[in-house]
Design a protein around this ligand. Sequence first.
Ligand code: NAP
Length: 486
Amino acid sequence: MDALPTFDLVLFGGTGDLAMRKLLPALYRRSAAGQLASDSRIVGAARSPLTREQYLEKVEATCRAHLGKQFDPQCWARLAGQISYCKVDANSDEDFAALRAPLAGREATVRVFFLSTAPDLFAVTCEGVARHGLVTPHARVVLEKPLGHDARSSAEIDERVGAIFAEGQIFRIDHYLGKETVQNLLALRFGNTLFEPLWRRGRISHVQITLAEDLGVERRADFYDRTGALRDMVQNHILQLLSIIAMEPPASSDPDALRDEKLKVLRALRPLAGREALSRTVRGQYKAGATNGRPVVGYRQESGVSPDSTTETFVALKAQIDSWRWAGVPFYLRTGKRLQEKLSEIVLTFEDVPLAMFDRPAPPVSLNRLVIRLQPHEGITLSVLGKYPGEAMLLRPVELSLDFCETFKTPRLDAYERLLNDIVKGNLTLFMRRDELQAAWRWIDPIREAWLQYDYEPKTYTAGSWGPAAASALIGRDGFAWSNEL
Ligand code: NAP
């Protein structure tokens, strides 16, 4: 892989969970692969008053834990030499001055401010670095999700960050877009002629997107209890996947050509508001049960969660896209915590044959399906009917597996490695634009407002199940079933 241009990366939130679990191990891997120029620098920045040595101890421990046998002391020594630490409380103006020294004399170098902090610190952090003259023409800022908690708060962040950085310098992360399979989906759709004639109403009967987690709220209870599944998962990851599935072919590979098409999908989503929002959405909250063979407490008993919390840990909904391509094709979206298994997949189910001549299992088992699996094992599978060996013409499902790992035996980048590389190279294709994010919030906000207006409390489901029975009824009313129910 190409070496990256020399960069300076200031990692705000450099002591936090995301930095420790994902970002720093991702930088380690790119360094071990020889992609980091030896004069690139990484500056961890957070509120804790740590010395450089104390910070390096933490980073080394996390790299060892996450890399396991791949951890190599020599590679670590090389990377450690490029890491420093600055105590910066985003609410203290004078703290930002400490960043001047490590960045001095490097104005012509790519400069990345990675904001891995709570969103209420995004604007003050940008304003802090700007006040201290640290924003150069080569600077860019990376914002982690969630960007605000509704359209208004997100617009306010955009306004304040946009007063300092041009839109082309702002990288809004949705790490699902960094997954190899999502890019493979683009390749499948726009690098081949095979699927395009089928990718529409009349050919596809419905689409499902499932992002299921077996974990509970873990250490993020405080954040999660204020946020809920709709805003934590649907507003960003699910709507981004939906827009990639549903968009028209972009005119070029230019980042804005792709983002323009995604935006059109988000704007074509039929609004879900008032009573209609109630009949087409299911809210759930897990109660005590068992996952992976061990008992687990209910959401309200989780430490850090209010005992009378009405936050949803599960959402299922039926979305419709008002466009020539998709009119009448339902998109069923669902996500939840403490579900039976960790599973992220997109399933496109094709229409049935007009005349079933041969002996075959009854639909929905016999229907053609394209399954794009993001987790736990990335891959794309096309399910067709084939003849079962023997005299009789018996048709049975057969899976054509597009196994990219097996075919291309080359190391793959994890989502954050890929996105970090793109940030340093300045490629915005896999990042969300301001108008996309606004369109997503404008679709989500009325759903929450309807839940509040009609006191729609979450239905309980047992931890370790697939969510409330109402979610099966939602899709069942249209004559379909979730893929795990087939
Ligand atoms: P976290 O573990 O709570 O870490 C927060 C970080 O922010 C810490 O480094 C903390 O520094 C720093 N911080 C807090 N107050 C500060 C202040 N006033 N000034 C400067 N720094 C301050 O959070 P996280 O889980 O890493 O999440 C970071 C962001 O990524 C959040 O927006 C989150 O929603 C998003 N995100 C997280 C995940 C994940 O898996 N964790 C996934 C997707 C998105 P100290 O520790 O020194 O106080």
